[in-house]
Ligand binder design. Structure first.
Ligand SMILES: [Fe+2]
Length: 367
């Protein structure tokens, strides 16, 4: 990849392809002190107030810099590497982390020891890479003070408050507003599918766990949907097409969100799974279409619930399970409250927290 000039036109060359860079694209990137604040890396001018037909009067390449005089009187120097970086899409940091599919044979749970300084460390960078690779990590030896989860979440990014509060207590209570707050087993599900946007990442902090049951369960929704696509294409197709309504009601709020059970991105690749069959409502469709939809939902449910895909482990006091609520399904096995207490605190953060932290650490350590 390189930059070449041809009669005051700036060309971006990549192998045999050549593309002219729009003069305005370059003009917007003027970094002279008069036009650009180096500290915030923000423009001091509003490019939407400029005429877009700006022309290059003169351009030359001087070592590693492109020097341009525009016809509106602005002259500037731009590092050629910076232009190439924008074309090479190197900034697509998250997309460049390849998701590793896993099933019940997975025995490589990434664990990290908590320390106060971990959030600014190289280890944190590695933790976040592995979070994106596998969809979850465990942090051990986190102080079990009440509400510590809030401090932890805010050290990665910003906590995502929901109507359950800034954080929530997962323990068995009388008259719960959600089955999570009982001792019943919870089948694999994703959290808050009715919310817009759905919280991206759940943090679950184990404060006490004295019961013999109450194992945490996880399923990789990415593995399951890729297998479904391979083995039952018609089921995959309908689950990526039909939007269903997810609904949650409480005393002072009614939340509703419409979505497919498998959400794809603009390239038709995996983006998100939603699964919470206690609160999904499919619209009235043609009988034949619903017939296929119900079969497909049963199939994906049996996959999510099968031993083939599920891992089980016990959280011990001080553990934080950090999991991708767009990719993984989580649940727990039943427990007996007569055996002792099981108390976890949970909170959510969004992907902009982890992505922002990851880019910051990449910049800091020059990775
Ligand atoms: Fe949950």
């Amino acid at each position: 990849m390189k930059i070449e000039l041809s009669e005051n036109r700036v060309l971006f060359k990549n192998g045999s392809s050549s593309q002219e860079i729009h003069p305005f694209w370059l003009r917007e990137r003027v970094t002279n002190e008069e036009y650009f604040d180096n500290n915030t890396q923000q423009r001091k001018f509003d490019p939407t107030f400029l005429k877009t037909d700006v022309e290059i009067k003169n351009a030359k390449i001087n070592n590693d810099f492109l020097e341009i005089n525009f016809n509106d009187g602005v002259n500037f120097k731009l590092e050629i590497n910076k232009i190439i970086q924008e074309f090479s899409k190197d900034d697509l940091l998250i997309q460049s982390i390849k998701k590793e599919k896993w099933d019940s044979n997975f025995n490589n749970i990434e664990k990290y020891n908590y320390s106060q300084s971990m959030f600014e460390s190289k280890e944190m960078y590695e933790l976040l890479i592995n979070f994106y690779k596998y969809g979850f990590v465990i942090i051990k030896d986190v102080p079990t003070n009440d509400n510590f989860i809030v401090k932890f979440a805010n050290s990665i990014g910003s906590i995502r408050r929901t109507n359950f509060g800034e954080f929530f207590n997962v323990k068995s209570v009388p008259n719960p507003n959600d089955l999570a707050y009982t001792s019943l087993p919870l089948a694999p599900h994703t959290d808050n599918p009715y919310r817009n946007p759905v919280p991206c990442i759940q943090l679950l902090h184990c404060i006490t766990n004295e019961v013999s049951g109450g194992f945490s369960t996880l399923v990789d929704g990415y593995t399951v949907t890729e297998d479904l696509k391979k083995e039952f294409k018609d089921y995959y197709d309908i689950l990526t097409k039909v939007k269903v309504k997810f609904k949650f009601i409480d005393k002072d709020v009614v939340l509703e969100g419409w979505s497919e059970l498998i959400k794809l991105d603009e390239n038709k690749e995996f983006k998100q799974v939603k699964f919470s069959p206690r609160l999904d409502f499919v619209p009235i469709l043609e009988k034949s279409e619903l017939d296929l939809y119900y079969k497909a939902r049963n199939k994906i449910s049996s996959m999510y619930n099968s031993n083939k895909y599920r891992i089980e482990f016990k959280l011990i006091p001080g553990d934080i399970l950090m999991m991708d609520n767009y990719r993984l399904l989580h649940g727990r096995t039943e427990f007996d409250t007569n055996e002792g207490s099981r108390f976890l605190q949970g909170a959510y953060i969004d992907f902009d927290s982890t992505e922002g932290k990851l880019r910051h650490l990449k910049r800091k350590f020059n990775f």
